[in-house]
Every structure is written in C-alpha cells, then in structure tokens.
Design a protein around this ligand. Sequence first.
Ligand code: NAI
Length: 461
Amino acid sequence: MTSVLVIGGGPGGYVAAIRAAQLGGEVTLVEKENLGGTCLNVGCIPTKALLHAAELVEEAKHGADYGVSLEAKIDFGKIQTKKAAVVKQLVQGVTGLLAANKVTVLKGRACFTGPGKVVVEKNNGNEVSLKPDRIIIAAGSVPATPPIPGVEVKQCIDSTGALNLDTVPASMVVIGGGVIGVEMATAYAALRCRVTVVEMLDEILPLMDRELTKIVRAKMVKRGVQVFTSAKEMSVEDKGREAEVAIVEAGAEKRFQAEKVLIAVGRRSNTKGLGLDKAGIKSHRARIVVNAHQETSVPGVYAIGDCTGGCMLAHVASAQGEIAAENAMGHRAEYDGKTNPSCVYTNPEFSGVGMTEEQVKASGQEYIVGRFPLAANGRTLIMGGDGMVKIIAGKKYGDILGLHIVGPRATDLIAEGALAIGLEATLDEFIATIHAHPTIAEAIREAALAAEHRAIHIPQK
Ligand code: NAI
C-alpha cells in the first residue's frame, strides 16, 4: 500500500487526502490548527457569512419598493455567532469526510528533517517521525505585510482580524483594493461603517476585466465607499483611538482617520519553518516550485495551492490537490488552469473566466465582444439589480475566450463560461443552448447573440 503524507488540511490538503485515499493510499494528514484551513476558518466561508448579513441589510433598504417594509437592526454579535456556527458545521463535515475515507489526522506541525523524512511535533507535545512513500505539501499562505511606515500600529488588522471584530467600527481604511479589500469594504459599508479603500495601482481589482471593474467601483461608491486609486507614499500613524492614514493621490496629500486600518495587500506562501532546504525542495521567494503534475524538484514530493504562489484561490488548491493525489498514486494528471473562474463577492457580484479584454488585446488575436446589460433582463429587474454580461470570442471561429459578469448571482453563473472554455465551445453553442426564462442566465446567451449583432432583447445597430 502506498503511504501518502499530506501537510496542511485546507481545501488543497483535505481534498488531496481524500482523493489519495479513494485511490487506495494509506493517507496521513497533518494540520497544526483547524481542518479546513484559511478558507473554512478565516477566509472564504466566514467572509461570505458576513457578506450575507450585509446583503440582508441592503435588501431591507429596498423592501418597501416591493410592498414589504423591513427595518434592519444589526446585532453584530449574532452575525458572528451565525458565522461561527456555519464554520463549525463545515469543519465537522471535513472531519467526517476524512474519517469516512480512513485518513489518519495528526494535529501538529510537520517539518522536513531530510530527503523524504518528516517529523511531526504534535500539539500534545509528542513527536512522530515519518518516511512516507509520497508527500503532498499544502501549507497555504499568510497575510503579507507591506513596507508602509506605521503598519504595525494597534489599529491595523489583517483579514483574520477583520473577521473577528467584536463590534462594527465607525470607520475603516482598507489598504489594498484587491479581492479581500473590496469584499470587506462591501460587508462593512453595508453594516454602516464608513469605509475608504486606497489602492496603489490605477484601478481596484487589477486582474479583472477593466470595463466591468468600473461598474463594480461605481456601485461601491454609490453605496458610500470612498475609493482612491494610484495612491502613493502611504503611511499610518497611531492617533489614540483612531489611526491616521496618509496617501498622496494625483500629487496631493490626503489624510483619513479611522478606527481600524485593514491591510489587504496580498498573501505570501507559508513555507517558513517547513525545512524545505533539508529535503532539497526548490522554492523561489518562498513559493514551492512545481511542474504541471504538481511535482516539486524532488520526485515523489508534490505541492499544491497557495504555498506554490500563482493563483491563490481555494478552488485552485482543490483542483491541484486532486491532480497531485492522482500522480502520487501512480496516475498521470496535469493541472490546467484555463477553466479557473475568479469570483468577487461584491454587491453586485463580479466574476470572470478565461481572458479579460486587456489580456486578449495583449495577445494580439482578433476578437469580437458581445455585451448584454442586465437592466434588460427580467429576472434581474425583479430582484432590483443591474449589471452586465460580457463575452469575448475569437473573430474567426467564435471560440469563447472570456466571460465576465457583474450582477446578481454572477459567481454562480460563471460556471457556464468555465464549462464552455473547458469544452472549447463557440458562440454558436451558447446560442444553440436553450436558457430558461426568466433567469439571469438568459443574459449570457443574449451576450453571445450580441457578439453576432443579433441580440433579441436589446436593439442592434
Ligand atoms: P490581492 O492580490 O487580490 O490584492 C492586493 C491589492 O493590494 C492589489 O490590488 C495591489 O495592487 C494592492 N497593494 C499592494 N501593495 C499595496 C500598498 N502598499 N498600498 C496599497 N495597495 C497595495 O490580495 P488580497 O486582496 O490581499 O487577497 C489575498 C489572496 O486571497 C488573493 O490571492 C485573493 O485572490 C484571495 N482571495 C480570494 C477571494 C475570492 O476568490 N473571492 C476572497 C479573498 C481573498
């Protein structure tokens, strides 16, 4: 029986462990904190729980338009209790799944002591030495600290801190307009905190399609979030109860006081203390170097997810976990990120898969674009939303290059685009597929029609 050691129990590690067990491996998983990792405990899941509460507050504002008057009274303690309950249930679910797959879970810290050799310092003080046939490293990431003067003052928090506040602060400055920054800004602004986002690049969410990012930014501003981009020379100073954040924007200095300053400038690979050098595993800037099989420079040792750098997303880690497990168990699988969707849980939601228009332009290929405004979609109107579906296709064959959506349920709808890209579908296949009415998904087909200047529900030039 092949013995497989998985280091880390996040969405990369626990999925890898289950897949290796399914394939007949004798699997041990080591986790120093909680099963489920960052995603379940201090990332995706608790953030979405907070955002759901925020969405209820927003919905209540518009209840009267539908003849249902609602008053949103915010009990932040209860929001936190509900969030904790969801997290607990999911962690228990992972625990149960690992047990059902006969995976041995060791609670402790794993460290390489030599090639193929690992010692686990268990949380109960005992030590276990292991020499498994295969190793999968899924050590995740930790928040990065930017070189900003004053970033260590007491008002500064990271995403974990932002998820665990006791009360909603009156004001918050968010440094970094990436995914964490805009999601936290969305949640806290709805919970009646005065939020300011400062981003050093010339647009927030710099990796998303620009045209649609502008819509998301405008919505955030409409909901009361101040957004400053191209912010330079940032500094933070402790002013007692509040901190003062100074930036230079368009040559002018601006200062903001806030009770909390959220630092959300990215995450770094969590490989410190793993002893990679002792095992001869190559890394670059702390990120473990892997090939398409997720194998490291040492045969039989694999690495997946955030600790390899690249796209730090839970679903990427899980996909890579399955690939690594299959390779560890003697199969031959390769990771291909082309169907990997990006989802941002703003209000409205924002998602994309494939290439952005900027990337298509840079690639030099000829392309066409179809757009469908969600203001012309019945279901969206009923929900009181708006937004846009944008589809990008090759000019010659209509092959789908990218799908981008801003609107209600955009993060669920993007799966259709991911499947289309995976199947190398064309506009014709979207068009030939009957989409249910009334749904928001109809707008995806309409965007495909619009790319061929034949949308039904918007006038065509
Ligand atoms: P990020 O890489 O998405 O964004 C960081 C932002 O901070 C960038 O826009 C960057 O230009 C900016 N920045 C960097 N240094 C700065 C500075 N000194 N001052 C001002 N701005 C600065 O990283 P983020 O938001 O911290 O998220 C970490 C990871 O977690 C990402 O890989 C993200 O994709 C992932 N994540 C994914 C979520 C999702 O899929 N919905 C939700 C939350 C996080």
